[in-house]
Every structure is written in structure tokens, then in C-alpha cells.
Design a protein around this ligand. Structure first.
Ligand code: G4P
Length: 290
């Protein structure tokens, strides 16, 4: 799905999420484990204000496990619980309920002390497009999409999905926009496939990816493309990869579009292994420079 975000759309998206906050106990903020910062909404803290939150680092199967652990610790040191999950296979999803109970313990204990009957935790999933919201909902839902329209304060149109007996999810997630005015954020979103290739220049994205891999994962590049010594400059590196993979045009020249496409396809289909584009360390450095 390609969404064009105009100021009107943003205001509407925000309003829709704000409306739903009334019905729920906790927000599940879904981000891409490979780019936890670039894949979050820049105004999320303002939008969900003081609702308890659980951060779900989705697509953890595609991220560098060591860096994902660092992110979880980073969130923890900022007082936020985060979990690594893979919504496609269901890995890590069981922990969602346990962590939610933990986060909401005080609220539910207070309710119990007032004599209010225990009930399931009510949650809303929010995240930018393509982060995996529908995949997660479908995984959690199995076949339990239940209409429970007669709950006080909940309109008939609001559908809840039962996840076991302890959790209920609003069936439509909150869709929020990324920080797309930032070029680097755009490149990261494009590299991971969150935004369509037609929006950004393919070669620009591939240049970003190659520069990044050259710095952070040089051995993976060497192994994948059979290159003994990585060239310093980016164009000779493109040439090497293009030549080795037969991405050529008449006259023996490299077809840079085809080479770019190949690199991105192989990155997204994990031919280069699990890769994370953001580390908490960089984030902390940026913060202290600002
Ligand atoms: P959205 O509702 O937030 O917009 O995202 P959606 O669930 O449609 O997921 C976007 C893409 O991400 C889908 O791939 C989906 O299969 C994939 N995805 C979601 N969660 C995970 C995960 O934990 N791990 C991995 N590896 N992929 C995940 P697609 O390209 O649209 O389709 P396809 O690749 O499944 O054919």
C-alpha cells in the first residue's frame, strides 16, 4: 500500500489513533527491528501521551540479533519494555501477553482492590505502513476475530480480536506516518522495503546500502559477491558486483539500474544475512551532538 501523507492525512491519522486510545489499556508500538528509529512515527510520544506502551521490534528474523539485544537494553534503560518478534512465524509473540501483564500490573491490581472483576487486557497496535501490523494481527487472531460490540463506551463498529483469554486487540491498527522529510530515514525505509522503490531513486538507495555494508558488514559483501578486496570507491564496487552478476548493457558497460535492483533484492531476501541499519550507539552519539 502506498500512502501519500499530506498534512490533512496526518491530522486524520492522528485523530483516529487518539480516538482509539480511549478504549485500550496499552499501545503496542510496532517498529522494524532493523531500523527502530527510522520506522517510528516522529510524533508518537505526543500522540500516545501517557498510555502504557510496549515496543515490538518486528521482523527480528531479518535484523542482526546482537544489535536487536542492544536495542532491547537501550529501551530498558529508558524505562520502556521492548520485545523482539517475528510476526510471520510467530516467534516471540507469547511474551507479549506476559510483558503486557507486567506493565499493567499496578492498574489491574488497583482495579481488583476496588472490586472490579478481572478482564482481558485491551490493546491497540500502531505503526507506520509496512511494518507488519496486519501480519501481527492475523498471527495473533488465528480464528478468534470476535465482535463484542455491546461493551459500554465502545461503538458497535469497533471490533475486537480475542487472543487467548487474557488479551483483546482492536482489529484495525493505528497507521502513522514515518519521518519522511529526512533523507537518511527515507533511504533506510527504502532499503528495508518499507517504501516503494518508485518513490526514491533506485541507484541512490543501492549506493546508501553499499556504503553502509562496506562499513558495517564488509565480510558479508566479500562473501556474497566473491570480492577479495573491497574497492575504496563506490563506483568500482558497483562495477565489480555488476560484472560478476552479468548486469551489463551492450558495449560491455555496467547496467547500474539492474545492479542496484539486484543488490536490493538480495538484501531484502536475506541473501546477505540478517542486517541492522541502526544501532543505539549511533543514536546516543547523534543526541549528544545536537
Ligand atoms: P502493515 O500492515 O503494517 O502495512 O504491514 P504488513 O502486515 O502488510 O507487512 C508488510 C510486509 O512485511 C509483508 O510482506 C509481510 O509479510 C512482511 N512481514 C511482516 N512481519 C514480518 C516479520 O516478522 N518478518 C518478516 N521477514 N517479514 C514480515 P510483503 O512484501 O507485503 O509480502 P510477502 O513478502 O509476505 O509476500
Amino acid at each position: 500500500m502506498t500512502i501519500q501523507w499530506f498534512p490533512g492525512h496526518m491530522a486524520k491519522a492522528r485523530r483516529q489513533v487518539t480516538e482509539k486510545l480511549k478504549f485500550i489499556d496499552i499501545v503496542y508500538e510496532l517498529v522494524d527491528a532493523r531500523i527502530p528509529l527510522a520506522s517510528r512515527n516522529p510524533m508518537i510520544d505526543e500522540i500516545i501521551t501517557n498510555k502504557p506502551r510496549l515496543v515490538l521490534l518486528n521482523k527480528a528474523d531479518m535484523a542482526d540479533p546482537k544489535i536487536t539485544k542492544e536495542w532491547i537494553n537501550f529501551y530498558k534503560s529508558n524505562g520502556i519494555q521492548a520485545l523482539a518478534i517475528d510476526s510471520q512465524t510467530g516467534t516471540g509473540l507469547k511474551q507479549i501477553i506476559t510483558s503486557s501483564r507486567d506493565i499493567l500490573k499496578e492498574k489491574f491490581d488497583k482495579m481488583a482492590a476496588k472490586g472490579i472483576k478481572p478482564r482481558a487486557i485491551r490493546a491497540l497496535i500502531v505503526g507506520i505502513p509496512n511494518v507488519g501490523k496486519s501480519t501481527l494481527i492475523n498471527r495473533l487472531a488465528k480464528k478468534n476475530i470476535a465482535q463484542t460490540g455491546d461493551r459500554p463506551g465502545v461503538t458497535k463498529a469497533q471490533q475486537w480480536i480475542k487472543v487467548g483469554k487474557d488479551l483483546e486487540l482492536l482489529d484495525t491498527p493505528g497507521i502513522l506516518w514515518p519521518k519522511f522529510e529526512d533523507q537518511l530515514v527515507g533511504q533506510k525505509l527504502a532499503a528495508t522495503g518499507a517504501i516503494k522503490d518508485t518513490i526514491l531513486n533506485l541507484q541512490d538507495i543501492a549506493v546508501y546500502v553499499l556504503n553502509f555494508l562496506k562499513e558495517e558488514y564488509p565480510e558479508r559483501l566479500k562473501d556474497r559477491y566473491n570480492i577479495e578486496e573491497l574497492p575504496e570507491e563506490i563506483v568500482p564496487l558497483f562495477d565489480e558486483i555488476g560484472k560478476r552478476r552479468g548486469c551489463m548493457v551492450a558495449g560491455g558497460y555496467i547496467d547500474y539500474d539492474k545492479t542496484s535492483e539486484l543488490i536490493l533484492r538480495e538484501l531484502r531476501s536475506q541473501k546477505l544475512g540478517p542486517i541492522s541499519f541502526e544501532e543505539p550507539k549511533q543514536f546516543e552519539e547523534n543526541e549528544s551532538n545536537e
